[in-house]
Design a protein around this ligand. Sequence first.
Ligand code: MIC
Ligand code: SF4
Length: 652
Amino acid sequence: MGYTLTEKILRQHLADGFCEPGKEIGIKIDQTLTQDATGTMAYLQFESMGLSDIATELSVSYVDHNTIQVGFENADDHAYLESIAKRYGIYFSRPGNGICHQVHLERFARPGKTLLGSDSHTPTAGGVGSLAMGAGGLDVAVAMGGGAYYLAAPRVINVHLTGRLEPWATAKDVVLKVLSILSTKGNVGCVCEYTGEGIAALTVPERATITNMGAETGVTTSIFPSDEQTRRFLQAQGRGEQWTSLAADKDATYDRTIEIDLSEIEPLASLPHSPGNIARIKDLNLPVDQVMIGSCTNSSYVDLMTVAAMLKGKQLPAGVSLGIAPGSRQVLSTMARNGALSDLIAFGARILESSCGFCIGNSMSPCTDSISVRTSNRNFRGRSGTASAQVFLTSPLVAAASALTGKLTDPRELEMDYPRIDMPEHFEIDDSMIIAPLPTAERAEIKVCRGPNIGEPPVNGPMPEEISGQVTIRVADLVTTDHIMPAGSRLKYRSNVPKYSEFVFEPLDKEFSRRASALQGQGVHNLIVAGLSYGQGSSREHAALCPMYLGVKGVIAKSIERIHAANLVNFGIVPFHFTQESDWNSLPEKTEVRIPGIRKALETSKENIMALAGNKQIHLLMSLSKRQRDILLAGGLLPYTVQASKGAKKEK
Ligand code: MIC
Ligand code: SF4
């Protein structure tokens, strides 16, 4: 029996366990990436492990989320990150150089390598055949130190593509089609592997759009084989020697197969307020107030050159605003040289820095009750920075068509020839904004810059004998990490956990933080009760770290998303699942809950737990590996790793 591509790469990197779907395995990580919003905490955690160097083949620290700062906080983060990179032999991509996923794809991602990134869109590199996964910063810190990354061996879904995209249909529409089939829930523990004759015509940047937004389905990652298109891309990036051919075996077996005929793909959109609400553009007839083009999903050279060709010589209608953020400095400077940038400016576009910016509500928030069309990957309520705005996610071509007409427009309706833009044979390469690691001998001399915004990572105590507390908040289905730990204007507090913790659940319940903190002061454990797919969206570990700081000991949910469940364990919070639907009703807010013998249950690998909700007994499931139980007993991955390394030293 042959192997899938995913299995092949996993087997080559296996460090612990057996590759059997659902079973926990540890794999060796070749490359890591971090970005500033999650990276500062990841490096603080790395430092507290007391290691002298990184152990990966390559680690890159990007600054792309908070680049245009108000106040000193982000600037302090940047200075810290630059100095840490110098100290430990990490590449440093300076602010302005571009969005981590776009730059990593252009300059570093390689077929067959494992990549772990502290950002949920790390699977973008699956476009070049990397097995690329998002994780919490602490997992990335451990991987940088040479520790294995633990995950459930995935079930592999074959997304089989046939046919060829028609003009005006794009890779974005393909991934929106995939979302319409898989939805945003129920895919935890799966990988999407793309196969079929339809892939041959898709370029690497198109593939990367698909693997990037695959994250919204909740899969562990998505991956394309490495073929002639991959070779072409690597050659165009001056990295041809890094190409190797990779594909699944012909007789590989898959858990499920999805068939998509590319010739039937039409321009689609995700409707507010979930990436999984898919509709055809031609069925939507709505006025548009704002159009935003960019983000790690759609800001490649071809994406933006096509937009520029569509807008050239025309004028932005009154009442509509247009912002464009090229994904990398490579894209921006190429367009500056070839004149396409002036076409965009002449049209009336506002050119934003090559960074995440608008995608995370950091700039150009739309006005009250408006409609914003965006090429990014998430449209959760309020993520744009405006709670009442309606965000539609589309391809760059639909976005450009809508900027031309002032309403949501299927570009096939424009009286315009399709402007076919090809990927260049050679991209313009200038890595001067990437600071390469110092020679090892010079690293120890580096002084790490710590401004007042750089706090110590808080460390949890060991798991108590029993959990005794109350339901401090009860939330519905599909609560995202944007609900738990808002970004936008709050993002600058990422390195200051006490301050950032004031905003836990802010979009849902402004009083939560104060309440939890007061209960914690009285020695009461806080518990969160949640519905389906709790913690979907980003990899931000602050959605576990800050609740931990406020004394949360457990989350009881109908289901929890992969990265968030791992983050909870990493910060000593037990992820419990309901086993009986009716128990959900027994846990309204303020219910007193006791989980006696929780330490014992963790020590003895007990899975089915009895808890007391008021006077009523409820049944909970604690489905964890031995390693996860040990982490929870220690109070989290940091104390666990420190204990484990002390143990190893004693044995020597
Ligand atoms: C996002 O898109 O929400 C982010 C900001 O890039 C996050 C990371 C974070 O929360 O900092 C992600 O996707 O993981
Ligand atoms: Fe940045 Fe948006 Fe991509 Fe997250 S989804 S990495 S905020 S561009």
